[in-house]
Design a protein around this ligand. Structure first.
Ligand SMILES: [Zn+2]
Length: 497
C-alpha cells in the first residue's frame, strides 16, 4: 500500500443513476422493455421531434417518492424540470430534461454497516428525475469503428439520480454503500438493480486532501463503473494515481475520467464542465410539479421493511448470527425464501425451536442453494424448483432421522433439477437411512469378519482402524447407515473382541 492512507484522506461521493421499473417512458407512452430490436420503441417525443410535447409519467414520480422516503429525504411539495443542454449523438433534442434547482427530494441518508461492526450514515444530498439518453453501438472498438449506430429505445426511459454527500472515506466504503443502496432499490421494487444491463449505473467523485485539512481537494469524476468490483478497483487506482501526483508536487486537474475495466486504469475523457456550461433553464413545456402531502403519506404507508431493519430482525427474532442475517437479507427474494422455509420447517417439525429451524434453513441456503443460484438474482430465487416448502420437507427428513445429511445433499441436487418432493425421491431410490439395530449389527459383524487385517491393527492399538471399519460399513449400506448408530454399535462390538 502506498503512503496515501497515512498522509492523505480520501473523500468520495457517488452519483447513482437507476432506471425506474415503469412500463412506459418518462415523458411518452413508449415501452421500456430491455433488449427489444433497436429503434422499435420510439415515438416523436423520445426521438426529440420539433413540436412533440412531453407528459410526465405519474408512476415514475411515485417510484421516486417511494425511494426518497426510504432514504429519509424531504420530498419537496413543488419541483420543476429543467433543460440541460449539451450535444451528443445519443440525444437528438440536444438537451436532456432533468431537474436542477428544484429537485424532487433533498437531505436524506443511508446507514451503512462497515467491517468491525461500526455503522455510519452517508448523507444523500438530492434525488431527482430525468430522462435517459439513447445508446451508441460501435462496430468494433471506439477507436477502430468505421461506423457507430444509435439505438433510441433507451431514450426517455425514466432515470432517477441520487447524489450522495462526499462522506465516503475509502473505495471499500464506496462499494459497501453501493451494495446497500442497490439492496434498498430492489426491496422497494423501484429498479431491478441489474448493473450488467445498465439499469443501475454509478459515477464517482474522488479527491484527496491532507489529513486534518477541512477544505476539499480537487475532485475527479470517474464514469463507466458497471459493477461493485469495478467501483472499488477504479477508485483504488484513482486514489493511488492522485496520491502519487500530489507526492510529486503536481496539481490535480478537475476532469472526467473513464474507467477501463479490461486494462485496469482510468484515462482522461474530458475536462469537467461546470454547471453553467449546461445553460440550465426551466423546461417550458412542463408546468412545475406539485406533490400533495396526502399522496406522499399514502406512499410512505406502503413502504416495505428495508434490508437493514430486516437484517436486525433476523438476529433478534431468529437468533441468527449477524453473518447469516447479512447474507440472507442482501436480496428481498432470498430473505423471503428463508422466512418461508423456516416457517414451513417449524410446522413440519414442531419439536424444533424457531431458532433451530431458522439456523437449519440458513445453513442449507448458504451452503447449497447459493452454491447453485446467485444471491442477487431475484427471479431465479423466486422461480427455483426447490421451493421453500420443499426445502423444509427435505430438512424434516434429516431431522426425523429418515435420511443422513450426506444423502440429503444428493437429494437436494435432484430436487433442484426436477422440482420433486424430497419424500418422493427418497422413497423411489430407497435412500431411507438404515437405523434398524439388528440389521446394522449383522452388517458390522460381516465387515469385521471380512477385514482381519483391520482387526489386527485395531488390536495393536491403531485407532485409525476404527475409521476403516466405519468406511466399510457405510459402503456396504450405500451410505444409508445412521452414522451415530454405527459408531455406537461398532464401539460395543470392538470392546468385546
Ligand atoms: Zn416515445
Amino acid at each position: 500500500m502506498s503512503n496515501e492512507t497515512k498522509v492523505y484522506e480520501t473523500v468520495i461521493g457517488l452519483e447513482v443513476h437507476a432506471q425506474l421499473s415503469t412500463r412506459s417512458k418518462m415523458f411518452c407512452g413508449c415501452p421500456t422493455t430491455f433488449g427489444a430490436e433497436p429503434n422499435t420503441q420510439t415515438c416523436p417525443v423520445c426521438l426529440g421531434m420539433p413540436g412533440a410535447l412531453p407528459v410526465i409519467n405519474r408512476r415514475a414520480i411515485e417510484l421516486a417518492v417511494r425511494t426518497a422516503l426510504a432514504f429519509e429525504c424531504r420530498v419537496n411539495p413543488s419541483c420543476r424540470f429543467a433543460r440541460k443542454h449539451y450535444y451528443y449523438p445519443d440525444m437528438p433534442k440536444n438537451f436532456q430534461i432533468s431537474q436542477y434547482e428544484e429537485p424532487l427530494a433533498e437531505d436524506g441518508g443511508l446507514e451503512i454497516d462497515l467491517p468491525g461492526g461500526v455503522s455510519r450514515r452517508i448523507g444523500i444530498q438530492r434525488l431527482h428525475l430525468e430522462e435517459d439518453v439513447g445508446k451508441l453501438v460501435h462496430e468494433g472498438t471506439l477507436e477502430t469503428a468505421h461506423a457507430s449506430l444509435v439505438d433510441y429505445n433507451r431514450s426517455g426511459v425514466p432515470l432517477m439520480e441520487t447524489v450522495s454527500h462526499p462522506d465516503l472515506r475509502s473505495p471499500e466504503e464506496a462499494a459497501i454503500y453501493l451494495r446497500a443502496f442497490r439492496a434498498v432499490l430492489v426491496y422497494l421494487g423501484v429498479c431491478d438493480g441489474n448493473m450488467e444491463e445498465g439499469s443501475l449505473r454509478c459515477d464517482a467523485n474522488v479527491s484527496l486532501r491532507l489529513r486534518g485539512a477541512t477544505e476539499l481537494g480537487t475532485k475527479v469524476e470517474i464514469k463507466n463503473l458497471n459493477s461493485f468490483r469495478n467501483v472499488q478497483r477504479a477508485l483504488e487506482f484513482e486514489v493511488e494515481r492522485q496520491a502519487r501526483a500530489l507526492d510529486a508536487g503536481e496539481r490535480i486537474v478537475q476532469e472526467t475520467r473513464l474507467w477501463d475495466a479490461d486494462r485496469g486504469y482510468t484515462r482522461s475523457m474530458r475536462s469537467k464542465e461546470s454547471a453553467h456550461d449546461y445553460r440550465y433553464f426551466p423546461e417550458p413545456d412542463l408546468v412545475p410539479l406539485e406533490i400533495s402531502r396526502a399522496w406522499v403519506d399514502a406512499i410512505r404507508a406502503g413502504l416495505p421493511e428495508l434490508p437493514r431493519a430486516r437484517r436486525q430482525r433476523f438476529v433478534t427474532q431468529y437468533g441468527l448470527p449477524p453473518y447469516d442475517a447479512g447474507v440472507l437479507t442482501q436480496a428481498r427474494a432470498l430473505a423471503e425464501y428463508h422466512e418461508q422455509a423456516t416457517a414451513a420447517l417449524k410446522r413440519a417439525a414442531p419439536s424444533l425451536t424457531l431458532g433451530q429451524a431458522a439456523k437449519s434453513t440458513s445453513n442449507w441456503i448458504m451452503s447449497e442453494l447459493l452454491h447453485v443460484l446467485p444471491a442477487d438474482d431475484e427471479a431465479a430465487i423466486r422461480e427455483a424448483k426447490i421451493t421453500p416448502s420443499r426445502l423444509a420437507g427435505l430438512l424434516k427428513l434429516i431431522e426425523n432421522g429418515t435420511i443422513s445429511g450426506k444423502i440429503a445433499k444428493d437429494v437436494f441436487q435432484k430436487m433442484f433439477a426436477s422440482g420433486e418432493d424430497a419424500q418422493a425421491i427418497v422413497a423411489r431410490e430407497g435412500l431411507v437411512q438404515v437405523a434398524d439395530e439388528s440389521a446394522l449389527a449383522a452388517v458390522i459383524d460381516q465387515v469385521i469378519a471380512e477385514n482381519p487385517k483391520a482387526l489386527e491393527d485395531y488390536r495393536k492399538g491403531k485407532t485409525a482402524a476404527k475409521g476403516a471399519f466405519v468406511g466399510q460399513i457405510m459402503k456396504a449400506t450405500q451410505g444409508k447407515a445412521n452414522p451415530a448408530m454405527v459408531n455406537r454399535l461398532l464401539e460395543e462390538k470392538l470392546s468385546k473382541i
